[in-house]
Ligand binder design. Sequence first.
Ligand SMILES: [Zn+2]
Length: 269
Amino acid sequence: MSSESSLRAVVLGTVDYGEADRVVSLFSEERGKLSTFARGARASRRRFGGALEPFTALVAQIKERGGGLPVLEGVVVERAFGAIRGDLPRIACAGYACELVRELVRDGEPHPDLFELLLGYLGHLDAVPAEPTGLRAFELGALRSAGLAPRLDACARCGAPDPEPFPRPEVRGLKPAEVRGPGPEAFFDPAQGGLLCRGCALPHQGHPSSARPASREALQALLAVQRDGWQAGPLQSEVAGEARDLMTCFLEYQMGKRLKSRRFIEEVL
Ligand SMILES: [Zn+2]
């Protein structure tokens, strides 16, 4: 017995199947991530047009089958985000956002907050040029929606409210002479869930990174914004680099891999 339903969804990606068909990965408001089977999508563009391009927002009509992937019967495009598609940095950010969502959630688990966050970020990218602060805000929002947000306001191990500043001249990547004074730092360890105070970091066997106050305050501020964090002003360049590195490190630990779209982002943004 089959049943039909309609879903609000964003196209996360497609994979060609056989001579004529495609498997389309959707992130839907109602059912979360799911793969659907688009019969004839390769052979004929009449049925779906350009609607199955990545990050298109649409309403999908799907039909369940007794076994096998649900069939994508038809789609109505809600937003094509045309301004994103003409601009490489925006394409890179939109593709990265979709890949991040695909990796953070499991099939069949609805995450309506994350769905709205993705639509909001794509709408933002459609309206203004891509920039790194927006991407950090999306990363933090996506982690929070998936229940994986880093602990940034307290030590992730002992809960001490503000990780004790710990002067350490050998800031990663800089020789001591290049560091302007021993700035107070906390440690950041993805394996422990976020910031660590000195007492927890020192006996710990991992490889925590240093995190300067300006960087962790910037990330805290972005994490505190429940929605539209990408509207925040751009991060200062010295903070932006460390914030990017801390987030990359945290995301790759959470997902156990490097996102394929990361390299594209690094080339164009
Ligand atoms: Zn601690």
